[in-house]
Write a protein that binds this ligand. Sequence first.
Ligand code: ADP
Ligand code: F6P
Length: 349
Amino acid sequence: MKKIGVLTSGGDAPGMNAAIMSIAKSAAMYGMPLVGIKRGYNGLLRKSTSIHDDLQELYLDTVLDIADRPGTYLRTARCTEFLDPAWREVAVKTLHDMEIDGLVVVGGDGSFQGAMRLCEMGIPCIGIPGTIDNDLPYTEMTLGFETAVQVCTEAVRSIRATSRSHDRPAVVEVMGRHCGDIALKTACATGAEIVVVPEVPWRVEDVAARLNKLIAKGNTRATIIVAEGCWESMAPFDMYTFLNEHGKKCYEGEPISAVRFASIMKRMCGMVEARATVVGYTQRGAEPVAKDSAFAFEAGNLAVRLLRDGISNQVIGTRQGKVFYMPIADALKAERPFRRDLYDLVNSL
Ligand code: ADP
Ligand code: F6P
């Protein structure tokens, strides 16, 4: 009988609980005891005063009801100590002491790097992609992305309704870290007229020119979706001088933000108002949509079967709609295909 562990790491993602439930059901079916490790890799480092704060036997009864709940039952966290080989030795010792023979890691690329290090130290690991950002190139799906897009779509639909009433353009910032997928898919789903993402260099003046054209055609509620990482691909723009010269107080060195960007658009386009909304953590804390939960169900079962069959150092993903697995190292080397065609379509249609 093999005993296995499961942890969630990095930012939480809708669908993580569904994965934990599927892992628990599968482990029970194959007669494999299951231990939940709390707060990502932190739970393996024995930093808490009580072991129950770090590790918990997971019985089916405990987790049966959590599948559709947002968040992660096991908690999640980043763990900087885990970058240090000496701390990873502590983690391996904990796993040996607990007689845990394999680990399922639900997280993003950073968490998978950690899993790869553990594999090198003799601990079999399987990764399940859990991040709203969709920034793992080897897979078409990551747990939480579809849910995040749904949340953003609903937010943008509401914002566009009030924007229409007030003849006001809107700037809506969505998450995604260095990845523009949430922004792009939300823009496509809502008919937003402009999208800016970290993958494509852009200029403030060009966005204003497009917005001006839309307003001239009568589209006074045009929506600009900005990915939170888009500022890194923005051409230098002297916000301080521009805003101060146009009657808006701005401090030297102040970073640009969605709110500041809306102020600039308002002044460049001669609008009475342009407002900004940051969708924020509602994207992460939502109930998973069916597609994320269904992927979690299949991925959780596959992860347990792989560990049962002695297969390790793999990550699970989807390709052409089907669940598959591949070596972690190869997955992390995969190139990211950004949908430039869709980006151009949104910004020109
Ligand atoms: P994500 O998994 O969502 O990409 P992070 O990049 O924050 O999130 O990584 C989550 C955790 O994975 C880190 O806090 C750390 O514990 C572990 N990790 C990240 N990179 C490495 C690495 N190179 N080696 C070992 N562990 C890592
Ligand atoms: O990786 C998921 C994510 O929500 C990113 O989109 C965002 O940049 C980041 O996590 C925010 O992290 P934190 O919870 O530390 O604010």
